[in-house]
Design a binder for this molecule. Structure first.
Ligand SMILES: Cc1cc2nc3c(=O)[nH]c(=O)nc-3n(C[C@H](O)[C@H](O)[C@H](O)COP(=O)(O)O)c2cc1C
Length: 239
């Protein structure tokens, strides 16, 4: 199982970082392989220069690495503060450059960019952890909680990640050590549960692929076409 953690907060002692560290420990305890990216620490370049038309490959090797890890992840975890109802600009740029056409989403044959895209990400599950100073009720009633629809519908939903759980910790700045400690316990539990679920799904999808492959092999063995006489051909289907 492959896991992806992405953090966007310039303050290393922020609660966003504390949550990400807790999540990483929970996932390591579950014995998972983790790709972790602190966008500020790695100086991710958020500027998408090419425009949408050419948004399928990048000369920036870090962007290519992110695209590949995003496409292959079974579970994606995102951590960032609420800045004007949005992620920090560095994370907006990460979305622009990494949730790419033909990697994260695409169009069926005969459907143009004005049609409905299909999601291409492998992950079916994501967790989004936000911090904010505005109490949650006010964020929802006054501002409509734009981060909720951004992640659940506009980004992950569009790219095929149907199960998105989001938690907003607020007000973050004035919270006590005790409040933070109990929130981190919740983070730990949520992440451990999501990892178990993703692991189960990743096993069952691998079993489905194996079943389809074995079915194809049986079909080839039964059929009279010349490929049956070439075991190498069948072997190549199985690898
Ligand atoms: C540029 C900027 C914009 C911000 N905009 C908002 C906002 O719109 N709503 C809000 O509640 N807090 C806002 N904040 C406060 C941050 O959300 C808050 O500092 C952060 O959630 C604290 O958590 P942390 O420890 O993870 O950094 C803003 C902070 C900055 C620096």
């Amino acid at each position: 199982m492959r896991l992806l953690i992405v953090i966007a907060n310039p303050n290393q002692s922020s609660f966003s970082h504390a949550m990400a560290a807790t999540a990483k420990d929970a996932l390591l305890a579950a014995g998972s392989a983790i790709a972790l990216h602190d966008l500020y620490a790695e100086r991710f370049d958020p500027v998408q220069l090419t425009g949408e038309a050419a948004n399928t490959r990048s000369s920036d090797l870090l962007v290519e690495q992110h695209c590949s890890e995003l496409a292959n992840a079974d579970l994606i975890l995102v951590f960032h503060p609420n800045w004007w109802g949005q992620p920090p600009a560095i994370m907006k740029g990460w979305i622009d450059r990494v949730f790419r056409l033909n990697t994260a989403y695409g169009y069926l044959v005969g459907v143009g960019p004005d049609g409905v895209p299909v999601g291409l990400l492998r992950a079916r599950q994501a967790l989004v952890f936000n911090t904010s100073n505005t109490p949650i009720e006010r964020e929802q009633s006054v501002f409509g909680d734009p981060l909720d629809s951004l992640w659940k519908s506009c980004v992950f939903g569009l790219c095929g990640v149907t199960n998105v759980a989001r938690r907003m910790y607020a007000p973050a700045s004035g919270s006590s050590d005790q409040q933070r400690a109990s929130s981190l316990i919740v983070v730990n539990a949520l992440v451990a549960q999501a990892a178990q679920e993703a692991l189960r799904k990743s096993h069952s999808s691998e079993q489905t692929i194996l079943k389809v492959t074995l079915h194809a092999r049986d079909h080839l063995l039964k059929c009279a076409c010349p490929c049956v006489a070439r075991p190498g051909r069948i072997g190549s289907l199985l690898h």
